[in-house]
Ligand binder design. Structure first.
Ligand SMILES: O=P(O)(O)O[C@H]1O[C@H](CO)[C@@H](O)[C@H]1O
Ligand SMILES: [Mn+2]
Ligand SMILES: [Mn+2]
Length: 412
């Protein structure tokens, strides 16, 4: 039986890439800086002391992170002499450090073109675009029109939005047009309608995603975003390994944001869940149910949206520690020939200035009970994962990436 499972810890970077200077990210290290802050006792909110990740360590994460950080062992952790998974780290070929680029490259399709960006910090959107949007959406105007952190902007403008019915529109360093509206006073379906209109309008600007950011709460003190976020992405530029697998009558089971990120191409079934615990539960449930030729693919968005962008080191550390506690169940659940891949899509160093992503290596940790655990070293593209999956499932090779399946020889 051939099955693979990918767990994307969204934004879990392992240190600067060789091209980090082009992004202003020299020195960024999501994992390294979290471990350092924990070690120095500066991340003791709802958790304590040095970060504890026994299961990820046993898989080989610390070994990979050390190589990825020029030999610096993450503070308070130790490498293991006998990792039970193949472990390495990868740099990105894609031009951007955004979620679709990272995910598509993982699936064998790097984004070699430049996305469009709304790069002005204030008055970010062209007037003609906003005029057309206001007209077609039939709203009394918009609020925002700037770069912002999504939680900060609803706190600042949420009450005015509720009083006026004007949607909050904002962007970031990513190629995004984001719309925040109150789920009840404005309405969730109405917000999705606005996003569909915006999706059509931003195509000419080559924007990767329009994102609905619904929230609830009575006032700026209590506003909170909900799990009904929806990403409207453009389609990947060529066939991903997901599409090749579904074309070959295999199955791709999406959990969380995965189906949205791939614009619903190459997806057989989508399952939503909110929060790390529910996402993990759903992943285990779907692995138990998965048949032959199936890929179960989960995005754990909370690392990025609740902790990375929020620059919440203690929250990120606690989330990693929680994730770590669930690994034994996962390893008990998978079959002996299954590939279990732990990876990420970019960095989002919670100690870094601003609130945007950071250009970093991603972990490539691959567990297979029946195969050798080897050092995979530095991989020159995230696409090595997609190419390995194509190899494993016996699909036509991808245009990018090098399979590492033969490096993980079957155990005798
Ligand atoms: O600050 P929030 O709304 O979480 O936005 C973040 O999420 C968006 C999509 O990943 C990016 O634009 C990033 O800035
Ligand atoms: Mn991401
Ligand atoms: Mn993000």
């Amino acid at each position: 039986m051939k099955r693979a499972h990918i767990l994307v810890l969204d934004s879990f970077g392992l240190g600067e890439t060789a091209d980090a200077d082009k992004f202003g990210d020299v020195g960024a290290n999501t994992f390294g800086h979290i471990a350092q802050e924990c070690f120095e006792g500066r991340a003791d909110i709802n958790r304590q002391g040095p970060i504890k990740l026994p299961n990820l360590t046993q898989l080989g994460l610390v070994n990979a992170a050390t190589q990825s950080s020029k030999g610096k062992v993450p503070a308070g952790l130790e490498q293991t002499d006998a990792p039970i998974a193949s472990h390495g780290f990868a740099e990105e070929l894609s031009s951007g450090k955004d979620t679709p680029s990272g995910h598509w490259e993982i699936a064998g399709v790097p984004v070699l073109f430049e996305w469009g960006y709304f790069s002005e910090l204030e008055n970010s959107f062209p007037e003609s675009l906003l005029e057309e949007f206001i007209k077609r959406a039939d709203v009394p105007g918009i609020l925002g029109n700037c770069h912002a952190s999504g939680t900060e902007i609803i706190q600042r403008l949420g009450e005015e939005h509720m009083a006026t019915g004007k949607p909050i529109v904002y962007t970031s360093a990513d190629s995004v047009f984001q719309i925040a509206c109150h789920e009840e006073s404005f309405g969730l379906e109405r917000l999705y309608e606005l996003c569909t209109i915006a999706r059509e309008l931003v195509n000419e600007y080559n924007i990767g995603r329009v994102i609905a950011r619904p929230f609830v709460g009575a006032d700026s003190e209590s506003f909170e975003r909900t799990g009904n976020r929806k990403d409207l992405a453009v389609q990947p530029p060529s066939k991903t390994v997901l599409e090749k697998l579904t074309d070959a009558n295999g199955k791709v089971i999406s959990i969380g944001k995965i189906s949205d990120i791939y614009a619903h191409t190459g997806i057989s079934e989508g399952h939503k869940a909110t929060g790390l615990e529910a996402l993990f539960d759903k992943t285990l449930e779907q692995i138990k149910a998965a048949g032959d030729n199936t890929l179960v693919f989960t995005n754990f968005v909370d690392f990025d949206s609740s902790y990375g962008h929020r620059r919440d080191v203690a929250g990120y550390a606690a989330a990693l520690e929680y994730f770590d506690t669930r690994i034994p169940e996962l390893l008990e659940t998978v079959a002996d020939d299954d590939l279990v891949i732990f990876t990420a899509d970019h960095g989002c160093d919670p100690t870094w200035p601003g609130s945007d992503h950071t250009r970093e290596h991603i972990p490539v940790i691959v567990y297979c009970k029946n195969r050798q655990a080897v050092n995979l070293g530095l991989r020159s593209s995230f696409a090595d994962i997609g190419q390995t999956l194509a190899d494993y499932f016996g699909l036509e090779a991808m245009d990018y990436g090098t399979s590492f399946l033969n490096e993980m020889a079957p155990k005798q």
